[in-house]
Write a protein that binds this ligand. Sequence first.
Ligand code: 0L1
Ligand code: MG
Length: 261
Amino acid sequence: MDQKQINDIAHTLHDARLSAQALPQFSASLKDFKREDAYSIQEKGIALRVNDGEKIIGLKMGLTSEGKRKQMNLDAPLYGMLTDTMQIEHEGRFSLQGSIHPKIEPEIVFYIDKDIKGKVTRDQVLESCSAVGAALEILDSRYEGFKYFSMEDVISDNSSSSHYILGPKTSDFKNIDLKNLEMKMYVNDELAQAGTSDAISGDPVVSVIQLAELLNQRGQFIPAGCFVLAGAATAAVNLEKRMQIKLEVQELETTKVSIDE
Ligand code: 0L1
Ligand code: MG
């Protein structure tokens, strides 16, 4: 794929997001759509947002559970980039206006205070983290029907990133078994999804290790000062107006958001 095609697809996705209009999937008409092209489109799309004044402050891993990969018929974890304007405050309000078909999912966030580069161990990741927390990710695909025909479609679309809510930080986490935490997401005080944190790559810390490896393939790394959403522990729930969403994660503090029209 040449640079013009990369730029054109990035602009088309950028405009689809701003106008909340779903698009047909690119891989339906593109032959030879490579994963590295898809990450180049993602980077160009983020550069357009930075050009509009947004700051990259976090990263996300997606498709971290085998169940979710099977459900979406996709084969590997992927990553996306998160900016400051995608953040909704804990206990804040999210408006459905401006979204196409948003969903919400329960995650764990890691706050990184030392660069994480290349192949690293679990202990190295934990030493590079200053805090963890419960987090909610709001996904919104820019493709019709929230469907992909390939990994390349979804990677190009910044891995369906839309918004996120970070719960209060827990800095004293060294004695918490991060791969064995019960996670319960409630809608209007009724349990909607439940799982354990090992549904996230077997261990959410492994998700951070995999992110460092994926970034390394593009000569990049997880920089100090950012945060990482490690991936979802359960299926996502479609968002509707007047929903009150609450995420309880054992040992961590509760995260909440209210959904407006
Ligand atoms: O964060 C995620 O796991 C989403 C990645 C892309 C797949 C999807 O849109 O559900
Ligand atoms: Mg996610």
